[in-house]
Design a protein around this ligand. Structure first.
Ligand SMILES: [Zn+2]
Length: 541
């Protein structure tokens, strides 16, 4: 039986960015878009070009994605022509592969929020879809409040969807904007919609207000919809959006879906799911949800007792899927089960080798040094390091364990201070100043001083001011992001700093430092970043 294609549409950068406390930088957005693209997501929605500076810049960037990069914005306003609506004009001019228009489909909203007539709303949908099509764009229409609208006036809700489809919209997306619809209702309503619009043109956009964002998405697919919209880790305002990190493995691993559908995420890429989920959390400076389905640290953890011994005999006894398929691992919370440590070490080694593979380091998983690296990662993660996010620090650790990293330079001493004073106009100002003393080989030490907006900024500038013969290798290096988290490791609070850097080629990497002292943690991460850049540039020892 040939399988049908099911399309995945990610809106982490648009709906996910609405989450309270989430504020993506341009670099975050680019990194997330690349991560989604590599995972195999079909559509990546970037945001609203023209609505804010970050999104406008994002759409101006060279992105090189396989995924269909999608711009989002409103259908023309009532009482205006499509060509006379500056918002719509900016949207359809955006450098995007597809345009997702949003329009009302609930008569109550048309009357109360838009203060216009049903006919004018339909005309707005038709005109806007036509205008975007005329620019050669693939067009999607998000029917806002579709399910609530359908319950109140099915003819009108359907007419809105139908208007977009008739004008040539590739997808008509049914949105449960308030998130209150239940799976059996979604299944019934989508079943009725696909009598009028072919299911391979119908999408579902579910919010999670009754914790059924995932269930509603799957119900819509059962009823005939063929596009699912959602976000990584279910990010989104209020209770979030449908969680793609739970939907993807369900589609790939549960026979009801796996036997009938193909998605763009390969079996191989599915193994990156844990990494993708945790990398997003690190970017947001959030602790990952240990109990997240499939990807949480506890998703495959079993406590001592008969369950654990049964799992050792055959993991399928107490696991609904095998953890390694999604890049997770089994955890047995016991110490006296014979053979347990071997089972675990075997799995973890395979995982480390696959990461090294990604970094271009070829080693055999039975190499003793892989075991050493594994132990080192565990020890360091126990005291607060986070290698999921800090790819460059992990690479350095791996290179040092499996080979050598030249000792380019030594920092003999550094000093940073912050001074508060009043300037000539009597305003309170703070100034930071740092001095770094670096020794390269047998040369005389180099001493550099710099002022910065804060002590870490000053240290960064001082460290990179004069690295002698290595200066030319780091001249394009810049610090692009800095994140701090206070952790409780044991009884002590420690500070974890993640620093993102970039060089003249546009390559970005992240390094980590951990210490009870925030300056010291920052300095470790800065050092790792400089050394990583020197290794990557093949600077001679
Ligand atoms: Zn939404």
């Amino acid at each position: 039986m040939s399988r049908e294609r099911l399309y995945l549409f990610d809106t982490t950068l648009r709906d996910g960015a609405q989450t309270n406390g989430v504020d993506f930088t341009l670099n975050d957005k680019l990194a997330i878009a690349r991560m989604l693209d590599q995972l195999g997501i079909d559509y990546v929605e970037g945001g609203y070009p023209g609505a804010n500076p970050t999104d406008t810049q994002l759409f101006a960037e060279e992105r090189n994605l396989e995924a269909t990069f999608t711009a989002f914005g409103m259908a023309r306003r009532p009482g205006r022509s499509a060509s006379n609506d500056p918002g719509l004009a900016a949207l359809i001019e955006a450098k995007a592969d597809a345009i997702c228009l949003v329009a009302k489909s609930w008569d109550y909203h048309v009357r109360v929020a838009l203060e216009t007539t049903p006919e004018e709303n339909l005309a707005s949908i038709r005109d806007s879809v036509r205008a975007a099509k005329a620019k050669g764009r693939e067009v999607l229409l998000d029917c806002e409040h579709f399910f609530d609208g359908y319950k109140s006036n099915p003819q009108f809700a359907l007419a809105c969807a139908r208007a977009a489809y008739d004008e040539g919209a590739r997808w008509v997306v049914l949105c449960d904007t308030n998130g209150g619809t239940l799976p059996h209702e979604v299944e019934r309503i989508v079943g009725e919609v696909v009598q009028v619009i072919p299911g391979d043109h119908v999408g579902i956009h579910a919010h999670n207000d009754t914790e059924q964002g995932v269930a509603n998405s799957l119900a819509a697919v059962r009823a005939g919809a063929r596009q699912i919209q959602g976000t990584l880790n279910g990010l989104g305002e209020r209770c979030g959006n449908a969680n793609l990190v739970s939907i993807i493995p369900t589609l790939k691993l549960k026979p009801e879906f796996a036997d009938r559908f193909d998605i763009g995420v390969s079996d191989d890429k599915l193994k990156d799911l844990v990494h993708v989920s945790r990398a997003l959390d690190e970017m947001l400076n959030r602790a990952p949800n240990r109990h997240a389905p499939y990807v949480g640290e506890s998703a495959f953890a079993t406590k001592a007792g008969i369950h654990a011994s049964a799992i050792l005999k055959d993991p399928a006894t107490y696991e609904h899927v095998a953890p390694e398929i999604v890049g997770n691992r089994r955890k047995l919370l016991v110490s006296d089960q014979s053979g347990k440590s071997n089972v675990l070490a075997g799995l973890e080694r395979a995982e480390i080798v696959s990461v090294l593979d990604r970094l271009g380091v070829k080693v055999d998983k039975d190499d003793l040094r892989v075991g050493q690296l594994l132990d080192l990662v565990k020890q360091r993660e126990a005291i607060g390091y986070a290698y999921e996010a800090a790819d460059a620090s992990f690479a350095l650790l791996a290179w040092r364990t499996l080979g050598t990293v030249p000792k380019y330079f030594d920092v003999e001493k550094y000093d940073a201070n912050v001074e508060q004073r009043y300037n000539a106009r009597g305003e309170r100002v703070t100034v930071a100043m740092a001095i770094v003393k670096v020794k390269i080989g047998n040369d005389e030490p180099l001493i550099s001083a710099a002022e910065g907006t804060g002590p870490v900024h000053a240290l960064d500038l001082a460290l990179r001011k004069d690295l002698g013969k290595y200066q030319s290798y780091i001249k394009g290096l810049e610090l692009t992001d800095y994140r701090v988290r206070i952790l409780n490791a044991g009884t002590e609070a420690v500070t974890r700093v993640l620093i993102e850097s970039q060089d003249e080629t546009g390559e970005r990497w992240t390094t980590v430092g951990v210490s009870p002292n925030i300056i010291d943690a920052s300095f470790q991460a800065l050092m790792d970043s400089v050394v990583y850049k020197l290794v990557r540039s093949r600077a001679p020892a």
